[in-house]
Write a protein that binds this ligand. Sequence first.
Ligand SMILES: Nc1nc(=O)c2c([nH]1)NC[C@@H]1CN(c3ccc(C(=O)N[C@@H](CCC(=O)O)C(=O)O)cc3)C=[N+]21
Length: 295
Amino acid sequence: MAAVKIDGTAVAADVRSAVAAAVSTLPGQPCLAVVLVGEDPASEVYVRNKVKMTQAAGMVSIHHRLPADATQGEVESLIERLNADPDVDGILLQLPLPKGLDADAAIEKIDPDKDVDGLTEVSAGRLSLGKPGLRPCTPVGSVILAKRALGEDLSGKHVVVIGRSILVGKPAALLFLAENCTVTIAHSRTANLAEVCRGADILVPAVGRPEMVRGDWVKPGAAVIDVGINRVPAPEKGEGKTKLVGDAHYESCAEVAGFITPVPGGVGPMTIACLLRNTVLAACARRGWAVPAGL
Ligand SMILES: Nc1nc(=O)c2c([nH]1)NC[C@@H]1CN(c3ccc(C(=O)N[C@@H](CCC(=O)O)C(=O)O)cc3)C=[N+]21
């Protein structure tokens, strides 16, 4: 029995059209400010995509660039300017920052009500306390994909998140907990990792180790939501070529799982879709607009 593939590209497109439909009913246009420091080519592509998709959803996108040799003070004063700008609803500081800059300190300058990445201490505290706030995009995308696989009600499901990173593992665990799941956070020191994983109804590898999770770690019928995006050599495609793989070994996991997300085309595309959704949620909360149905 082969697993059903959960098509993250298609689900992300659904989320973006829901965002666009929601935006069209609002009394004004939400605005996302993207800050890119330096000239990392991967970041350039990523930021260009974000700007394009923000505009396609009917929102305003403003793009600020600072040179790679910008100082910490310059980055932080730009963020403060965007905090003070009443027209800006969301601020995204593209990571990583060039060497020498303190990303954590810069993130802390972002007004938590404009923190569409959900990365500030206040956002993390709100999530942890179960208070309203902006949630990190990749974990939200993972929950949405799990619901596409298993249905809206995830209560009582055993979720095993592999990885305890600030960006993904920890917030993903808290979001599944908020869905009334039973959550285990496994990590590099977990004893009997394969056995722990075999207990999962929803397995969420988020460690950045290419193809670490094998089919015999998966409970038959489980949903594998693969958060890892790893670029690895692909000599079969030619010398020097690379390809993207997840943290799960797709073929062997797909033989056992009930549902599985591919890489690429799984959780990755959901991240940007959820960023757009967060921009709308931030705009509604800041401006006192009702959140449109369907978000
Ligand atoms: N402040 C901030 N927030 C972020 O969310 C953030 C960031 N900085 N810096 C960079 C990372 C990376 N990231 C990705 C999002 C989508 C894909 C994605 O859609 N990937 C495609 C594959 C793309 C390809 O082919 O290279 C996929 O998985 O199908 C990948 C990576 C968000 N990041």
